[in-house]
Design a protein around this ligand. Structure first.
Ligand code: F6P
Length: 340
């Protein structure tokens, strides 16, 4: 009985019973996006809601590349990297007339809810839709390797990218050690230093350079030199792309010390691969939660996980830069203490 009442309450959306929703993946892809789409599709169908996949992100919304998804459409996808819905960056969607086209394509199918899996830019598109058409509820799921979205401790794909970096740097360390070289490894993350900080700690890097902290190359050079003087055979420097490029870092460093430095830019390898267990579980939990929120009539919110609890945060709050995710200072301090 309790269960029946609960189901009735949860399935009753703002506009009565929600019957159709759509899902898209947008911006830079991330491992675990497929698992999130799968969770949205399966959870919705479980609750008798039809699901449509919008292909190529917002571009597909404009071009009407929208197709019904069935239970089988998401079979055998949980372990796959990338996104079977494809993704695209779509600057045209900033234009209101273009957005109107996309909104019409949803409305003509009777779609009342849209789940957007992506980063900050993708959330902004969703927010605009919910502002301009109150008949469409929108929920964002954080899908990016950058871990740069407010309202969640972790974004989908971060853990997999982190493990890819660790694996790559472990390999680089072998050759760095054989040749007694300093290696500068540039990692992604846009303006966020999390990938650099976490990977730096995990691989035992001598130095981590992130955008959140002012960089003093002379200081870094002295530290490397000090290590060499103490008999250290090689050094690993992890530099976040949002701070400077690996090449720029090498050029600066060699102004102060004479090292045989090599630069390795890991690039898009960080975005691929089968999602880790962490990312699959996170994606499944957030995908399911997004559908729950739509059924409850919620809109203009991003889902996330904080202290291992599911959370929904208004887009407005997510975009408020005053709430920007701070870098973990204790972790940063620890990396310094451990890399002496
Ligand atoms: O946002 C994810 C990300 O991989 C960033 O880390 C990186 O700066 C950017 O996308 C690269 O974008 P693109 O794939 O369009 O070159």
């Amino acid at each position: 009985m309790i269960c029946v009442i609960f189901n009735l309450r949860i399935e009753q959306g703002r506009y009565g019973y929600m019957k159709k929703i759509a899902v898209l993946t947008s911006g830079g892809d991330s491992p675990g996006m497929n698992a999130a789409v799968r969770a949205v599709v399966r959870k919705a169908i479980y609750h008798n809601i039809e699901v449509y996949g919008v292909y190529q992100g917002y571009l597909g919304l404009i071009t009407d590349d929208i197709h019904k998804l069935e239970l089988g459409s998401v079979g055998d996808t949980i372990q796959r990297g990338g996104t079977f819905l494809y993704s695209a960056r779509c600057p045209e969607f900033k234009d209101q007339a273009v957005r109107e086209k996309g909104i019409k394509n949803l409305l003509k199918r009777g779609i009342e809810g849209l789940v957007v899996i992506g980063g900050d830019g993708s959330y902004r598109g969703a927010q605009r839709i919910s502002e301009e058409c109150t008949d469409i509820q929108t929920i964002g799921i954080p899908g990016t390797i950058d871990n740069d979205i407010n309202g969640t401790d972790f974004t989908i794909g971060f853990d997999t990218a982190l493990n890819t970096i660790i694996d790559s740097v472990d390999r680089i360390r072998d050759t760095a050690s054989s040749h007694a070289r300093t290696f500068i490894i540039e990692v992604m993350g846009r303006d966020c230093g999390d990938l650099a900080l976490w990977s730096g700690l995990a691989v035992g890097a001598e130095t981590i350079i992130i955008p959140e902290v002012e960089v003093d190359i002379k200081d870094i050079a002295e530290k490397i030199q000090h290590g060499i003087d103490r008999g250290k055979k090689h050094s690993i420097i992890i530099v976040a792309e949002g701070c400077m490029s690996g090449e720029a870092c090498a050029a600066e460093l060699t102004k102060y010390i004479n090292v045989d430095a090599r630069v390795s830019v890991l690039g898009h390898i960080q975005r691929g691969g089968s999602p880790t267990g962490e990312d699959r579980v996170l994606a499944s939990r957030l995908g399911g939660y997004a559908v729950e929120l739509l059924m409850q009539g919620e809109t203009a919110k991003g889902v996330g996980i904080k202290d291992n609890r599911l959370r929904a945060t208004d887009f407005d709050e997510i975009f408020n830069t005053a709430n920007s995710k701070p870098i973990n200072q204790r972790m940063l301090e620890l990396t310094k203490e451990l890399s002496i």
